[in-house]
Ligand binder design. Structure first.
Ligand SMILES: Nc1ncnc2c1ncn2[C@@H]1O[C@H](COP(=O)(O)OP(=O)(O)OP(=O)(O)O)[C@@H](O)[C@H]1O
Length: 251
């Protein structure tokens, strides 16, 4: 049994007396791709905020990454320890080329100026070439990022996340606003990352969830807690999930 890379234990988060996350327990294995779904307001973004250090849990809970207790670490430290996050809306450097966007995201203490004007070593170059192929933007490496289609910007941002060499990737609704073909390609990309990386993907598009959860587990959040966890079909057929999430339990 692989040991969990992430353990979230008895974690709660209260905002102005409202519990956005309630006694949440969540374990992710090394190399696992987990999909997290849940209705609006279920706590998915707050869950990511807590793991990434953007928000602090109420006293009492614990978040462990590898063997490090990150419960009270700040966002910057957690990112350096190896948790990278991609938000729903792509945020690329529009005026820079695709290639330079990746250079700017390479791991290490580099300012914008030194990143762009420093000579890359051959190891970095090879890695960026591989990344460009992986995200299928090899032929657009010299394009300004602002010229890319929405789906391509999302892939570039996944590439930027990978350039920073995280061990765990938190990815928020990567398929939002994509065409069917782009969505499918994104699923292939994420599936190809599993194993080498650990990933948690929050998503609403059920066709996409079915694709990326084909070999893995889905966690359903509801009112800030785990309602159900299992293979896609198990989750889809779960009565509680139908009632609260799909809203058609009685039909
Ligand atoms: N900073 C905050 N201050 C006050 N309430 C918050 C804050 N962040 C989240 N909440 C509340 O916590 C609950 C969970 O919100 P969250 O954004 O985590 O849900 P979600 O599952 O990501 O929803 P969606 O799918 O709509 O993005 C909501 O009721 C929300 O209003």
């Amino acid at each position: 049994m692989p040991s969990p890379i992430l353990a979230v234990e008895d974690v709660s988060k209260t905002y102005d007396g409202f519990k956005a996350i309630t006694n949440l327990n969540f374990y992710l294995d090394q190399g696992e791709l987990r999909t997290v779904i849940g209705p609006n307001g279920a706590g998915k973004s707050t869950f990511f905020d807590l793991i990434s250090g953007r928000a602090k849990p109420n006293p009492g809970g614990k978040i462990t990454f590898g063997d490090i207790d990150v419960t009270q670490r700040n966002e910057y430290e957690i990112n350096r320890i190896g948790i990278g996050r991609k938000f729903q809306t792509p945020s690329v450097y529009s005026e820079h080329t695709v290639f330079d966007n990746l250079v700017l995201s390479l791991k290490g203490p580099r300012g914008v100026f030194s990143s762009l004007f420093k000579r890359l070593n051959s190891g970095d170059r090879d890695r960026l070439d591989d990344l460009l192929k992986l995200i299928r933007l090899d032929d657009k490496r010299s394009w300004k990022a602002g010229q890319l289609a929405h789906g391509e910007k999302q892939w570039l941002e996944i590439g930027m996340l990978l350039a920073s060499e995280p061990k765990l990737l938190l990815i928020d609704e990567p398929a939002a606003g994509m065409t069917d073909a782009e969505t499918h390609r994104t699923g292939e990309l994420l599936l190809s990352l599993a194993g080498k990386h650990s990933l948690i993907v929050v998503e609403h598009d059920m066709g996409f969830v079915r694709q990326i959860a084909s070999n893995g587990k889905v966690t359903v959040l509801h009112q800030g807690s785990v309602l159900c966890e299992g293979k896609f079909d198990e989750v889809q057929n779960n009565q509680k999930v139908r009632e609260v999430y799909l809203g058609r339990g009685k039909h």
